[in-house]
Design a protein around this ligand. Structure first.
Ligand SMILES: *Cc1c(COP(=O)(O)O)cnc(C)c1O
Length: 418
């Protein structure tokens, strides 16, 4: 079942015509489908139901409070990478005892904030961080629960910016050092080691990388057991890919089928941290065509959404399908879809075959729910887009479009220096 479909040549978000949302909220506009979010969460829940597990949604993929609230209602946990994400997760009602905290650069303030809120565990990424967390826990008279994030040195065959489990990456602890670090962690008075963590990258489209990585951390798990270091949580990270174009990523069920046999007989709970595969195809970005422009060599559709709204095409060379909001069956042409920003990297699509839409018509950039709005900025002093959630034939604004006033609200002109 798909929730962004055409009816009589017109794009719908669930049961609402996208045009109606554009009329009410303007463009650029992010539109999310509630039904898709629920379906994706259920797919994970059902796939892993055989083993004790917690789904910790990776907040960074899409951190809108309303979306986090949907997950909170379903009893989902969170994978966070900053104090700001912890703040959001708690505000949305996600239970701290289901929150795991990763990231190579946790600050003193973030560690204290997480300790005070009694999160499930810190996914520790270096030896120095272990000492820091121990010291902070001691000063607060608390015990910090930790997992060590192990870098299993695996090539997930994805874009180099989103491969995180290779030896050369900044993430985690080299697997060959892990045993030593676990021993150090065990010796620290205000730390209790309860887990093992890995996250090898994002937009992974084969189960083999997940299997290989899990096997590596399970052999460490076995060695730790022999050293009386009992692991209660095996956190396998996120990273399952989605279909942007013609990828055929595994379904959560395929992932579960290949991983469950490996862990079924281990003690402890599995943690999964999906981000993209939950929200990616649950959102679209709608944009208005401002101008058509032809040069000797190229056609351009100049639209009102830019790289500040969706940076993935230029940052990762990512493909996003682009569809007219209303299909008029005109001849197609090959064009670049570009934004108004003063950068040559400001494009949403290159050399794309598209129906020849005219100024004033609308395009939908598909699969924009993950790392879309979350990565948006105010570059070129562009107010950030509005976000809308659709559920059946109902919808609600979940983030107001920013105003010019919002752009300057934190800025100060220091009259005394001028
Ligand atoms: C980004 C991230 C995730 C989520 O990755 P997706 O590819 O969006 O599923 C999970 N865990 C950690 C530690 C991450 O940094």
């Amino acid at each position: 079942m798909h929730f962004f479909t055409y009816k009589n040549g017109e794009l719908f978000a669930e049961d609402v015509p996208v045009r109606e949302l554009i009329n009410e909220f303007g463009t650029p506009l992010y539109i999310y489908s509630y039904g898709t979010l629920i379906r994706h969460i259920r797919a994970y829940e059902e796939a892993f139901c055989e083993v004790p597990h917690i789904i910790c949604y990776a907040v960074k993929a899409n951190s809108n409070l309303a979306i986090l609230r949907i997950f909170a209602e379903l009893g989902i946990g969170a994978d966070i990478v900053s104090g700001g994400e912890l703040f959001r997760a708690i505000k949305a009602g996600i239970k701290p005892h289901k929150i795991v905290f990763a990231g190579v650069g946790k600050t003193d303030e973030e560690i204290e904030y997480a300790l005070k809120n009694k999160i499930l565990m810190f996914n520790v990424e270096s030896e120095a961080e272990l000492y820091k967390i121990n010291e902070k826990a001691k000063s607060l008279k608390k015990i910090a629960y930790v997992a060590l994030r192990v870098n299993p040195d695996i090539d997930p065959k994805t874009h180099k910016y989103i491969a995180t489990g290779l030896k050369s990456s900044k993430f985690g602890i080299p697997i060959e050092k892990a045993l030593d670090y676990y021993k150090i962690a065990k010796s620290l008075k205000n730390i209790k080691v309860i887990g093992i963590h890995k996250h090898i990258g994002s937009q992974i489209t084969e189960t083999s990388a997940f299997v290989e990585a899990l096997n590596k951390i399970l052999s460490l798990y076995d060695r730790l057991s022999k050293e009386d270091l009992d692991i209660e949580y095996v956190d396998i990270g996120g990273g399952l890919g989605i279909t942007y174009k013609d990828e055929t990523p595994p379904h959560p069920k395929d992932l579960a089928d290949s991983l469950i046999p490996l862990i079924k007989n281990k003690k402890g709970k599995l943690i999964i941290e999906p981000g993209r595969s939950i929200v990616g195809n649950a959102g679209i970005l709608v944009t208005k065509v401002l101008y058509n422009k032809e040069t000797d060599t190229k056609n351009f559709f100049i639209v009102d959404a830019g790289m500040n709204d969706l940076i993935r095409p230029t940052l990762y060379g990512s493909y996003h399908d682009i569809q007219p909001v209303v299909i008029r069956k005109r001849p197609k042409l090959v064009a670049d879809v570009v934004g108004p920003i003063c950068e040559s990297g400001d494009f949403l699509a290159k050399d794309r075959e598209l129906e020849k839409v005219s100024a004033g018509e609308y395009l939908a950039v598909m699969s924009a729910g993950a790392y879309g709005f979350a990565m948006s900025s105010n570059y070129n002093s562009r107010p950030r887009a509005a976000e809308v959630l659709v559920k059946g034939d109902k919808y609600a604004l979940i983030r107001k479009r920013e105003t010019y006033k919002d752009l300057i609200k934190n800025e100060i002109i220091p009259e005394e220096l001028l």
